[in-house]
Ligand binder design. Structure first.
Ligand SMILES: [Zn+2]
Length: 76
């Protein structure tokens, strides 16, 4: 499953973001900063307010596997 996820994310991740209209549970938010290690469930998480880079919406699968992020400590 993980390998499928990675392939899927790398190939279709960006397209998928555009096509996913249902707002299902998969979308999370990441700060594009290289020092950022977390992903966020809420776009308005206060930790994201400190982000001085682009904030991107990606699938949770992509955040974990393609970007190596873990869930924000404030949202566990
Ligand atoms: Zn957060």
């Amino acid at each position: 499953m993980k390998q499928t996820c990675i392939l899927f994310s790398l190939t279709f991740g960006i397209l998928l973001s555009s096509f996913t209209l249902s707002g299902d549970s998969g979308t999370v938010y990441i700060c594009a900063s290289k020092s950022s290690k977390a992903y966020h469930l809420k776009r308005d998480c206060f930790a994201l307010k400190n982000c001085t880079h682009e904030i991107r919406g990606v699938s949770q699968c992509e955040a974990e596997n393609a970007h190596g992020r873990t869930l924000c400590g404030h949202e566990k």
